[in-house]
Write a protein of this length. Structure first.
Length: 200
């Protein structure tokens, strides 16, 4: 038997939704989940590459958001706030599963001046490519095919828009390691998307 139908129009604005959440109205909580769960899940899946882990992060995100609602100051939208919680949850999940090795791999000791700031070898940057519907689906598949260490850096830098130092701090890496991983992720994505681009 299907659950009750949730009228999303009860809370037209984020202010109304936030007020309902602070009053602990059940419909407000259901509305929050209905509005933001697909985006939070998609972000978690991009970072983790595993549907079960992404589902776990989704649940933890909404549990933590409801528990920390009094701490929400409204400096960013509810969606941005939930994205940040989900990103932190996903990163904690990754850290729990990460092998215990030095964070700056030996292979990533390339000098910072050897790393290009922006790669311009291909006219279509993978981040820009995400704007096209069909190409976006191909990019999602390519992202899922990236090794976890590259995928997480790419998502944080290019999709979430974190700076190099913010990404480094979030992952516990040096800035040079972030630059190397981002460069490798871009190159690998270009390789993965090249076949698609040549066919279109």
């Amino acid at each position: 038997m299907p659950g009750p139908i949730i009228d999303l129009t009860i809370y037209d604005s984020e202010e109304q939704l936030l007020a309902g959440l602070r009053r602990r109205e059940p419909d407000a909580c259901a509305c929050l989940i209905k509005r933001f769960a697909p985006l939070v899940y998609a972000q978690s899946l991009r970072l983790l590459g595993d549907p079960d882990e992404a589902e776990s992060v989704l649940q933890q995100t909404f549990i933590k958001a409801c528990a920390r609602l009094d701490g929400y100051e409204g400096r960013s939208g509810l969606g941005s706030w939930l994205y940040r919680i989900a990103t932190n949850e996903a990163l904690m999940q990754l850290r729990r599963h990460a092998p215990r090795v030095a964070l700056d791999d030996v292979a990533e000791t390339i000098q910072a001046d050897e790393i290009p700031q922006r790669t311009t070898l291909w006219s279509l940057d993978p981040a820009t490519a995400a704007l096209d519907g069909e190409l976006r689906a191909e990019l999602e598949k390519a992202l899922a095919a990236l090794p976890e260490t590259l995928r997480v850096v790419f998502v944080l830098r290019e999709i979430q828009g974190l700076s190099t130092d913010e990404t480094a701090a979030a992952l516990g890496l040096g800035e040079s390691a972030v630059k190397v991983r981002l460069h490798r992720a871009r190159l690998r994505l270009r390789e993965l998307l090249a076949t698609y681009m040549l066919g279109h």
